[in-house]
Design a protein around this ligand. Structure first.
Ligand SMILES: [Zn+2]
Length: 76
């Protein structure tokens, strides 16, 4: 018998940064990282890219992918 769980979070592999130190559990979603090469918020050490299965982020606002019209001032 199948039991449906409508509220079950959908897990997706998400790129993350995690601390290189094995005894440090710090990690951050890549999309939330403050820079393209973040340092560990706990031990300030290097972070390495990894993947983690996480519930999908629910985005309430649609990402704006509209291309901005060409800047009217750029040819001035
Ligand atoms: Zn760390």
């Amino acid at each position: 018998m199948m039991t449906e769980m409508p509220n079950k979070p959908e897990l997706a592999p998400v790129p993350i940064w995690r601390c290189r130190r094995q005894d440090c559990k710090a990690w951050v979603r890549e999309e939330l990282a403050s820079s393209s090469q973040p340092s560990c918020p706990i031990c300030k050490g290097e972070m390495i890219r990894s993947m983690k299965h996480l519930p999908k982020l629910v985005k309430k606002h649609k990402a704006q992918k509209k291309k901005a019209p060409s800047d009217p001032w750029e040819n001035v």
